[in-house]
Design a protein around this ligand. Structure first.
Ligand code: URA
Length: 234
């Protein structure tokens, strides 16, 4: 059950204030009956119409965004542009937030949703969600680094990392790093502990999601039904 004004505002088409005005003006019907009470609780399945037009389902929203460098992974910031600025206005009113954070200079896959319980579950260490990063470092990554990562690095600042997986790519200073945790600056701190500071970092995988490179930096799209189902199966 959800307040009627919130149900309207969650579509992103009206602000909460505009929704209240529409409702009080008698322009909103719930299951065929005019309802003038913004606080009225409505079932998520109940058909809601504004001026006779159905507003659609009340379901949560799941978007994949290709974060470019230069934006912060927050919902609002007094001074800086956030990833939400990449979305059309209608999405900005839906209470979307990024599931986990990428540093300002990190690129790649961000899941945005307004589904709090799912986000909570995906971020819980108990869910063991794989985060896959493409990383370029100063220096040459080698088998010793792979073994150290697989054993669980102990960082000089005291962080004991869970075992991860480092796969080397041709060229020496490049690889894929898979982690099941996401501590602050974790990849950068791990690479620094190996003596090979990060030059470039991009997340390419998050659980069952794989970055859709066709989006291009700054691009976004709704998740497919299959992707959503896979997230719930995570
Ligand atoms: N690890 C980092 O160091 N930075 C990120 O943005 C993500 C993981």
């Amino acid at each position: 059950m959800q307040r009627l004004d919130k149900r309207l505002a969650d579509t992103g088409r009206w602000s909460r204030k505009q929704a209240r005005q529409l409702i009080r003006a008698g322009r909103v019907e719930v299951a065929g009956q005019v309802c003038r009470a913004p606080e009225q609780k409505v079932d998520g399945q109940a058909p809601v119409r504004v001026d006779g037009t159905d507003i659609g389902g009340a379901g949560p929203v799941y978007l994949m965004l290709y974060k470019p460098a230069g934006l912060i992974s927050a919902t609002r910031d007094a001074g800086q542009e956030t990833v939400l600025h990449l979305l059309p206005q209608r999405y900005r009113r839906m209470g979307l937030f990024p599931v986990g954070r990428l540093d300002k200079d990190t690129e790649g896959l961000l899941l945005l949703t307004n589904d709090g319980p799912l986000a909570h579950r995906l971020l819980s260490p108990r869910s063991h969600v794989d985060k896959v990063y493409y990383v370029e470092v100063d220096g040459v990554l080698d088998e010793g680094d792979c073994r150290a990562v697989a054993a669980g690095l102990a960082l000089p600042d005291g962080l004991a990392c869970l075992p991860g997986r480092l796969e080397l790519l041709e060229g020496g200073g490049r690889g894929y790093l898979t982690l099941q945790e996401g501590k602050y600056h974790q990849v950068k701190r791990m690479m620094l502990a190996l003596g090979k500071p990060v030059r470039y970092l991009k997340r390419v995988g998050f659980g069952p999601l794989i970055l859709d490179e066709e989006l291009g930096k700054g691009g976004w799209r709704a998740l497919t039904q299959l992707e959503i189902q896979a997230l719930f199966g995570q």
